[in-house]
Design a binder for this molecule. Structure first.
Ligand code: ADP
Ligand code: MG
Length: 745
């Protein structure tokens, strides 16, 4: 069946293998002459493509400016007349910068960003050409929604979708080689008001936590008038040669390599981390950083990561909504700029098996308009108690909603990374650090419930004094925890590198708000009973410490011992996406979202469906590619090599040598046959399972079938294919190998 007699097969194989060798040959030809920053200071062009407050001041009337600023601060509506004026100002600014088109920019549930460009240009009734951007064009558009995921919402309602302006995220100009477009950040909703994007629920959750935090702040400080959650993400990514990526259909179609033997020189040597950044990558970084700066994305750090060809960048933290938009935008920019450098950027969570995957740590905190970081220990007893209040509320939120937090980071990509000894496990826990653990224990032990002097003593504990020194000491940093306190913020480390931060941020801020709202109710109830405010606070804090204790874990999260301990504690360990998503089917979850106005039940159900469907689609595509590559790229060179050996054995036999002299060749021929059968038999079986899975009506059951029945074949097929890669003549192998892709210089 697999003889290379077929001309067709032979040709196909030859063209593939050429791609690999072309790529190797062209390795350094893609280097670009990039000038870096030259003499330019970053401050001289930072935000130059953004309609900032300063620009608004310049281009808008007093009235329009005030209306815009007020809307940003308080969420107040901008009326039609003002929208008209603001649109005019934006147009004037954009046209001075050579912009010809505008676009509503939104983040549908595909994981990416979407734009639909319209020209300013129009014709009046009498044929006069004119450039127009009116209030309506700014505030609302109706993109063709039919191509975006909706989880069945549109089937039951109306096919139309609307984008609506989000004034809290500034408009920006996207520059590409062929033109400039002014982008207006928007939400994307259905005709009947259901959200079809990541931003709509995020804005609701942010609003919610802002209000809930402010209410709790007022126990301590009446001067605070606004609280905003902050986010500083850290983006990990791989960079490889574009031509290499082009010779890997699996990378192009799925973002990860489905085949490939781990190289001998992997990250074992650990020489990549903080080593010198390869020059080509450095040029690329400088290039995308410049674009990012123009877009107002405040990038701060860049460095090598643990794995070969893996890197990281991180900005200064910002308010969550802006930070989320900036991350989505940056991922697009990184993609685009890579092309100019003939490079390919990979943001998949696990592009290479056996090599560290990529995450996107979400550093999160709450900041007041008076300049206080609510998760930074205070200097005085009063601010200490405020810190302790917010800190303990985070513990309680994570404890009570751990499954939801786990679900917020679930994706087929992230399944490859979580628990793979390089990333936190799928068990949610919080790292508190030694000093604060002691503080929590002390509060728990000493606050007696009898309201004695002890309580007063606790209030006077100087938490602040001891913490900074402890943070200097890196041993108090646990790099294995999925959710770690790092001195003045929490770091949610389990988020995947390709994820849109909006979703984990929506969940985190919703559960925090929910917890704070309940906290306030409990404290108020005690105060109403006549308790002193501080005492009431301490007692509910103590209660929350006790109730949340078993979510705290200080040890090695990667260890088997923790998995066992967690099971004993009753903490869940959802290892795959379909199961992790089950929480969205629970009444408790649906009510949580509904009660806080984040999602109606229908919307929660739709999200659940969309995420399951995405899972199915991704595994389905991988399964197809797995089969395709097996028959097109793995088996042909294996068979060809085997044929060469067969010819060789035949020849040796013909000239009369005894079988001992071609014993090795025979053995290799047999091993190749074994692995060829291993690949093709399992591909057949996988296809059978896929067919069965596709017939399952329920999306949940279908996802489970893909997870339990289809996916396990990936490892078996790959095992045999990777063995073939090791045996087959290197000259014949079609797919670029790990060592060729990963050691870019
Ligand atoms: P690390 O040692 O992990 O690099 P850093 O203090 O440099 O720690 O911060 C890492 C990330 O945390 C950065 O992206 C930074 O912007 C972010 N960060 C710092 N403070 C806050 C905060 N208060 N809220 C949100 N993110 C923050
Ligand atoms: Mg970090």
């Amino acid at each position: 069946m697999y003889g290379l007699k077929s001309k067709h097969l032979q040709n196909k194989y030859i063209s593939m293998s050429n791609l690999r060798f072309d790529a190797i040959q062209n390795l350094s030809n893609g280097a670009q002459n990039v000038l870096g920053y030259g003499d330019q200071k970053i401050t001289s062009f930072f935000g130059s493509n953004v309609f900032t407050g300063k620009v608004a001041r310049e281009y808008l009337s007093d009235e329009a400016y005030k209306s815009l600023m007020n809307s940003i601060k308080t969420g107040s509506k901008i009326d039609r007349k003002m929208a008209e004026q603001i649109a005019n100002g934006m147009k004037a600014w954009a046209m001075e910068k050579g912009v010809s088109h505008f676009s509503h920019w939104f983040q549908p549930l595909t994981g990416g960003t979407a734009e639909k460009h319209d020209s300013f240009f129009t014709l009046k009734g009498d044929g006069t050409p004119l450039e127009i951007f009116d209030g309506d064009a700014l505030t609302q558009q109706e993109p063709d929604a039919s191509s975006f995921p909706n989880g069945g919402i549109r089937a039951t309602f109306e096919a139309r979708g609307y984008t609506a302006w989000d004034p809290t995220s500034p408009a920006f100009i996207l520059e590409t080689a062929t033109g400039k477009t002014m982008c207006i950040p928007t939400i994307f909703i259905s005709y009947s008001g259901e959200s079809l994007d990541t931003k709509t629920p995020l804005l609701k959750a942010l609003d919610l936590v802002t209000k809930a935090s402010l209410d709790v702040c007022h126990y301590f400080d009446k001067n605070i008038s606004r609280v905003a959650p902050t986010l500083g993400w850290e983006q990990e990514y791989f960079v490889i040669e574009e031509s290499m990526a082009n010779a890997r259909p699996d990378l192009l179609a799925t973002g990860r390599t489905l085949y490939g033997h781990t190289p001998a020189k992997g990250q074992q040597l650990d020489d990549h981390y903080f080593g010198a950044i390869p020059e080509r990558v450095f040029a690329y970084m400088q290039d995308f950083e410049q674009e990012a700066y123009k877009l107002g994305i405040p990038l701060r750090t860049r460095h090598n990561e643990v794995a070969p060809s893996q890197f990281e960048c991180a900005p200064i933290f910002e308010e969550v909504n802006i930070a989320v938009d900036h991350n989505s935008l940056l991922m697009d920019v990184m993609n685009r700029v890579a092309k100019r450098h003939k490079l390919k950027v990979l943001v998949h969570e696990k592009p290479f098996a056996g090599v560290n995957g990529s995450g996107k740590h979400n550093n999160w905190s709450l900041a007041t308009d008076t300049g206080i970081n609510l998760l930074a220990p205070g200097k005085t007893p009063r601010t200490n108690l405020m810190f302790l209040t917010f800190f303990v509320n985070v513990l309680k939120a994570v404890h009570d909603h751990a499954d939801l937090l786990r679900a917020s980071i679930a994706s087929s990509n992230n399944d490859h990374r979580l628990g793979a000894n390089e990333a936190p496990p799928a068990i949610i826990s919080v790292f508190v650090g030694k000093y604060l653990t002691d503080v929590l224990n002390e509060v728990e032990e000493r606050v007696t419930g009898k309201f004695t002097e002890q309580d007063e003593v606790i209030l006077k504990m100087d938490i602040h004094k001891n913490i900074p020194e402890l943070l200097m000491d890196n041993t108090d940093r646990n790099r294995t925890s999925p959710f770690a306190f790092t001195g003045n913020k929490f770091e949610f480390r389990a988020v995947g590198s390709s994820a849109n931060c909006a979703w984990p941020m929506t969940i985190l801020n919703t559960i925090m708000a929910d917890t704070l709202i309940n906290f306030k109710k409990e404290v108020d109830a005690l105060i109403e009973k006549g308790e002193k405010k501080e005492i009431a606070l301490l007692h509910i804090i103590r209660k929350y410490i006790t109730e949340s204790k078993n979510i705290c874990f200080e040890g090695d999260n990667y260890s088997e011992a923790w998995a066992q301990e967690a099971a004993k504690r009753g903490l869940n360990n959802f290892k795959d996406t379909p199961r992790a998503l089950d929480v969205f089917g629970k009444e408790k979850t649906k009510d949580l979202f509904k009660n806080h106005g984040i999602f109606t039940h229908i919307e929660t159900e739709a999200r659940h469906e969309i995420m399951l469907e995405e899972y199915v689609k991704k595994v389905q595509i991988e399964a197809r590619l797995m089969g395709y590559l097996a028959s097109n790229s793995i088996l042909p060179p294996s068979i060809q090599y085997q044929n060469t050996l067969i010819e060789n054995v035949k020849g040796l036999k013909e000239i009369g040598l005894n079988p001992e002299s071609y014993r090795s060749q025979i053995e290799i021929i047999e091993v190749i046959s074994k692995h060829i059968n291993g690949v093709s038999d399992n591909v057949e079986k996988m296809i059978e399972e896929r067919k069965k899975a596709n017939e399952i009506e329920s999306m949940h059951e279908r996802a489970v079938a893909y997870c339990d029945k289809v996916k396990p074949y990936f490892d078996t097929i790959r095992y045999h294919a990777d063995k073939l890669e090791l045996i087959v003549d290197d000259k014949l192998w079609a797919l670029p190998k790990y060592r060729e892709m990963l050691f870019l210089r």
